[in-house]
Design a protein around this ligand. Structure first.
Ligand SMILES: C[S@@+](CC[C@H](N)C(=O)[O-])C[C@H]1O[C@@H](n2cnc3c(N)ncnc32)[C@H](O)[C@@H]1O
Length: 436
């Protein structure tokens, strides 16, 4: 589509609009934006579509050439054409068409079904090729980045340009640079590097290919998330908790920031259940130098906790209860219990039981922090918690997401007296803070 369009050279906005099929007098309002800002086309486009480019576009559209949905598809074509044209078009960024057509737009459906998963693979490939690390180390041009990644130059240019579009890179002249997100999370060796995310992302996407079968049978696809205290479970989680470290760590920092200094000072004894990297408890340990943390996790995962607690210089205040959390005695006397992203994997009954066990482990006035993906009470959204529920169906035997209403019921039944939510743009769903 882009190359066919690139063969046309429209001379003015009217001509361009005509070539992409914008036609129909009162039925369409076209606008052209560019250096001069948004402007309505005074003259409705009326030229019959004639170019190969236009035929090419309409060939993939189920709609007739002069319907607005064609124009929307064409608009995507224009954008593709513009970026593929070395000369560029400084007077046109896009064309907008408003139609009296009653047809719904096919764009969202198209994005979901044609393009949805591509973003994951683009970013995962860039991580696998260590593109972000190469740029951080000084590579800036396609030649330099492709050479550092031992990759094919023209293909690397495509990847880099897509990463610019997805806002993982910026591009000026011949030089590519990191954005703050890629610099913070995707450069090997930085404090918040999502280590292993390329392999994990691919593994997870493979599981999603079996969704239809899982919906038919109700059984998780393969490979599923291993459960129990076997080696496979431990190896899976040892990789996962490194990838997700920054997601939890910034959430933990936000939770700490939401507490008063007096409340932070009272938190001396912390239980981090299914701690993984320790991402939720490390910010509390940093905030209060007298705080001690007890970690519960598989013995194959606690080396990761040790690595991260050492990185953040809190390791001497950590101790470990290693094994299967379903069998371990948590003890008592804690000021804060953390259940970070563990209830969804445990499922309803075991999750509820974990809330009860947390209550039993806490001192009077102690607090329970729950971090989870939380759908609304009607389970109609937001999209990511709902999709996460499907992810649990696909990858686990019992896992699911639970609503605030459900958490409130469980917390009340476990004799928690107050429940607050902490909302922060750093996490997808609000955090839950319950007080005994
Ligand atoms: C999704 S990760 C969450 C890690 C961390 N709390 C966070 O939010 O970043 C789940 C953690 O639970 C641990 N886990 C899962 N099942 C467990 C079990 N039966 N016994 C002990 N640990 C378990 C895993 O090893 C992993 O560290």
């Amino acid at each position: 589509m882009a190359s066919a369009l690139a063969s046309t050279t429209p001379l003015c906005p009217f001509d361009l609009a005509a070539r992409v099929g914008c036609r129909g007098g009162a039925a369409h309002t076209c606008a052209v934006s560019g250096r001069l800002g948004w402007r309505s086309l005074k003259r409705p486009c009326s030229t019959e579509p004639s170019s190969d480019a236009f035929r090419n576009l309409t060939a993939i559209s189920p709609a007739t050439p002069h319907r607005c949905d064609t124009v929307q598809i064409c608009t995507m074509g224009i954008l593709a054409w513009k970026s593929g044209d070395p000369a560029g078009l400084d007077w046109t960024d896009t064309i907008v068409s408003k139609s009296s057509s009653k047809l719904p737009s096919p764009v969202e459906v198209g994005v979901d079904l044609f393009f949805g998963g591509w973003r994951t693979f683009v970013v995962a490939s860039a991580v696998e090729l260590d593109v972000f690390t190469a740029i951080s180390s000084g590579a800036a041009t396609v030649v330099q980045i492709a050479s550092a990644a031992n990759a094919h130059e023209p293909a690397m240019r495509r990847l880099l340009d897509a990463l610019v579009a997805l806002k993982y890179l910026t591009h000026k002249g011949e030089r590519y640079a990191l954005t703050s997100q890629s610099a913070t999370f995707l450069v090997r060796g930085v404090e918040l590097y999502m280590e292993g995310i390329d392999r994990f992302a691919t593994f997870q996407m493979m599981g999603w290919t079996q969704l239809t079968e899982t919906i038919r049978t109700g059984k998780p696809g393969k490979p599923s998330v291993p459960t129990g205290d076997d080696v496979a479970a431990a190896e899976f989680f040892a990789t996962l908790v490194k990838c997700m470290f920054p997601l939890s760590f910034v959430g933990g920092k936000a939770a700490v920031a939401s507490l008063s200094a007096a409340a932070r000072a009272r938190i001396r004894n912390i239980l981090d259940v299914a701690a993984g990297s320790g991402a939720w408890s490390i910010p509390f340990a940093q905030a209060n130098h007298r705080a001690q943390v007890t970690v519960v996790d598989f013995p194959q995962v606690t080396p990761v906790t040790r690595e991260y607690t050492a990185r953040f210089k809190v390791s001497e205040r950590y101790r470990y209860l290693e094994g299967n959390l379903r069998e371990l005695d948590f003890g008592t006397g804690y000021d804060l219990v953390i259940l970070g992203h563990v209830i969804h994997g445990e499922g309803r009954e075991a999750g509820r039981y974990l809330v009860e066990r947390s209550a039993a482990a806490l001192n009077d006035r102690g607090m329970l922090l729950i971090a989870e993906m939380i759908p609304n009470d009607e389970r109609t959204g937001p999209p990511y918690p709902m999709l996460f529920g499907i992810n649990m169906l696909l990858h686990t035997a019992q896992g699911d997401v639970f609503t605030m209403k459900e958490y409130r019921e469980w917390l009340k039944a476990a004799a928690f007296k107050g429940v607050q939510t902490i909302r922060t743009p750093m996490v997808l769903s609000p955090l839950i803070l319950a007080r005994k």
